[in-house]
Write a protein that binds this ligand. Structure first.
Ligand code: GAL
Ligand code: ZN
Length: 681
């Protein structure tokens, strides 16, 4: 199977979405000239071109795309060719309203925007396959083609009758018999027992809380239904061009798709990342989703879309200050990206995204943005040979699972304030601030490459995952598990004893007597065995230990005197449990202590606050997210690949500045003994 390396070929791809159908053809000449000037090597074409390519059912117009691909090829610009199936033309919805999605309350989601398709609609699938087949047959051997991009940000949900029929088939496959389904969904509750398959519906709008197991299966089903659409198109394009990698772009940390399952079906993983430039932790959001992309890919990944400045979909859309686009692009490279692309090349004059920034803004190539884009192209060109294809050094894993996410956010739970994504973000932040580079991993994945494994909270854990965790600790791993973990089985049944017995044994806990969620404005105080105090929020639990040492106790409230944080030697390893969420500094201190005890060191030490350090391919990336210039003390001699200049002792980073250091006289291992490096180092 081809992979991203077949498209990058030792470079970092640079470019963006290119929508030339929005412009007269004269503009294309200027586009390719300016693309060359900016160092663009790759453009994604055709994402929303269905109505242009097939203006009426079965009537195709490819001439313009022929000319475009030839033009790009003549200028040495590679093409990531998209199947246009994310935005069907009005004629499809007009003639076949059954291809349009229906909301939970049965209302139709009309055309006039985009993404108005039902993943279960046979007519939509037929039409999508037909246009994909034409496109692949025509361009599968075009010399400009470097990658296929199927659809765009799959995410549409539907509750229509075709979906209902499809959902039933999926359920038959998953559960076998109706009896099994009734058991899995616990339909003895509230008289929900199903006597015939035809009675079963997607979880539509209802009078009161809907069946949580049904909601969970529907989330799984929807991810699978969309994935079927993806794999159908993937198979078509791959048949015409077996050596060309195929991808689709995911929204970052998106609830609607099981990223682990999807990544297995893709040749390359691509993500769209839009951190809020106005948010103090925008850079951490970037780091988190970049870590996820790398982990899904199992190696280098593609940043398919980011913004050069403002987006158009926040209540207030702030631009990026000078330097931030470069800094966040280099952050993505540090964390494994081998392609840095934007939405979009030329800013639209019409339509919903006319205020969305672009590489070439309304004000043209004299604009500050275009200068920055051009400078970034040169940076990436310089870094490519040293970086492309190399692994990122990460020895910590944060466990994440869509099943647990879906199950944990059903209604009728102890606290709506325990928001899955927010919670993962808080834990990841602690590791990010300490410069412990972290992969994300599925709880049943092979954890042996990691010295430290953290679980921010995984309400649902399968038997396989629990056995995996137990074996990991028994054989010497360090596990830090958070509140409300190991509670439900794969079908959202509460485990006997409230928390799985295997997990309690690993953690050295006899019981969790109560979940004690905290109110939004509530803070508890905890005291450690050394007499330090920290604040905690969000959640608390009434624990009873059985062998675990108490690292910190609750000091106030109903739980005063009870254990808050525990630590347990189990087999050859160690398992920590946090029954509450320590304030950010305290969480960072706890996780760094666990990391240190596990023999880990951060990617670089003693850096000023706000400086991110990541090691990739024997290089040390330093990224200054802080508000001003800083100096970093570093041992040894190095060359900064961004400037080509040698240095020693101190690295100065401007505001939004970055350095990519190649050690000259030190083996990289001297800087970071526990990191992994490619063989030639
Ligand atoms: C993405 C999408 C692009 C564009 C962009 C704007 O979600 O794939 O087509 O709409 O957002 O930020
Ligand atoms: Zn539908």
């Amino acid at each position: 199977m081809p992979d991203l390396n077949d498209a990058t070929r030792g470079r970092i791809l640079y470019g963006g979405d290119y929508n030339p159908e929005q412009w007269p053809e004269e503009t294309w000449q200027e586009d390719v000239r300016l693309m060359r000037q900016a160092g663009v090597t790759s453009v994604t074409v055709g994402v929303f071109s269905w109505a242009r390519l097939e203006p009426a059912p079965g009537a195709y117009d490819f001439d313009w795309l022929d000319r475009l691909l030839d033009l790009l090829h003549a200028h040495g610009i590679g093409v990531v060719l998209a199947t246009p199936t994310a935005s069907p033309p009005p004629w499809l919805g007009h003639r076949h309203p059954e291809t349009l999605p229906q909301a939970e309350n049965g209302t139709t989601v009309w055309y006039g925007s985009r993404n108005q398709f039902c993943a279960s609609s046979p007519e939509y699938r037929r039409r999508a396959a037909a246009i994909t087949e034409r496109l692949a047959a025509r361009y599968g051997a075009h010399p400009a083609l470097t990658m296929w991009h199927v659809n765009n940000e799959y995410g549409t949900h539907c509750w229509c009758d075709e979906t209902a029929a499809h959902f039933r088939r999926w359920l038959q496959h998953r559960h076998g018999t109706l009896e099994e389904l009734n058991s899995a969904w616990g339909t003895a509750f509230w008289s929900q027992h199903y006597a015939e398959w035809d009675e079963i519906l997607p979880p539509r709008q209802a009078q009161y809380i809907r069946n949580p197991a049904q909601l969970l299966d529907f989330a799984r089903f929807t991810s699978d239904a969309l994935l079927e659409c993806y794999t159908a198109e993937h198979a078509i394009v791959a048949r015409h061009s077996p050596a060309i990698p195929v991808t689709t772009n995911h929204m970052p940390f998106w609830r609607g798709q099981d990223g682990w399952a999807w990544a297995k079906q893709q040749d390359a993983v691509a993500l769209d990342i839009y951190p809020d430039p106005d948010h103090a932790l925008g850079a951490q959001h970037g780091a988190l989703v970049q870590d996820l992309a790398r982990s899904m890919a199992g190696g280098p990944w593609m940043l398919m879309e980011q913004a050069t400045g403002a987006v158009n979909w926040r209540p207030v859309n702030r631009p990026k200050p000078h330097g931030l686009t470069r800094l966040w692009s280099l952050q993505a490279v540090a964390r494994g990206a081998d392609a840095i692309c934007f939405f979009q090349w030329r800013q639209s004059r019409q339509g919903a995204e006319k205020f969305h920034s672009a590489m070439l803004p309304h004000s043209g190539p004299g604009h500050r943005t275009f200068r920055e884009v051009t400078a970034l192209g040169a940076d990436l060109d310089r870094l490519g040979p040293a970086v492309s294809g190399t692994p990122v050094a990460a020895d910590t894993a944060l466990l994440h699972d869509w099943d647990a996410w879906w199950a944990s956010e059903q209604p009728g739970r102890p606290s709506e304030l325990l928001d899955y994504q927010e919670n993962v973000t808080a834990w990841h932040r602690a590791l990010w601030e300490a410069n412990h580079t972290t992969d994300l991993a599925h709880p049943a994945a092979d954890l042996t490459p990691y010295r430290l494994v953290v679980i921010p909270s995984l309400y649902l854990l399968t038997d396989a995952a629990l056995d995996n965790l137990a074996a990991y600790v028994r054989t010497g791993g360090t596990l830090v598990a958070g509140y409300f973990t190991g509670v439900a089985d794969h079908q959202d049944r509460i485990r006997p004893g409230g928390v799985d017995a295997r997990l309690r044994e690993v953690l050295g806990l006899a019981a969790v007597h109560q979940w004690w969620p905290l109110n939004a404005d509530e803070t508890l105080h905890c005291t450690t065995a050394d007499g330090d105090t920290f604040e905690s929020t969000l959640w608390a639990e009434e624990l009873e230990t059985a062998g675990a040492e108490t690292v910190a106790r609750y000091r106030d409230g109903e739980l005063a005197g009870h254990p808050a944080v525990t630590r347990h030697a189990h087999g050859e390893g160690t398992a920590w449990y946090l029954s509450t969420r320590p304030a950010p500094d305290a969480l960072r201190a706890l996780l760094t202590r666990a990391a240190r005890e596990a023999g880990l060191r951060p990617a670089a030490e003693h850096l000023p606050a706000g400086v991110e350090a990541v090691r990739r391919g024997g290089l040390l990336f330093l990224l200054n997210h802080g508000p001003q210039q800083v100096s970093c003390d570093l041992p040894g001699h190095w060359e900064d690949l961004l400037t080509g200049k040698p240095g020693t002792g101190t690295v100065t980073l401007e505001r939004h500045g970055a350095a990519v250091l190649r050690p000259a006289d030190l083996r990289p291992a001297d800087l970071h003994p526990t990191a992994m490096y490619p063989a030639e180092q």
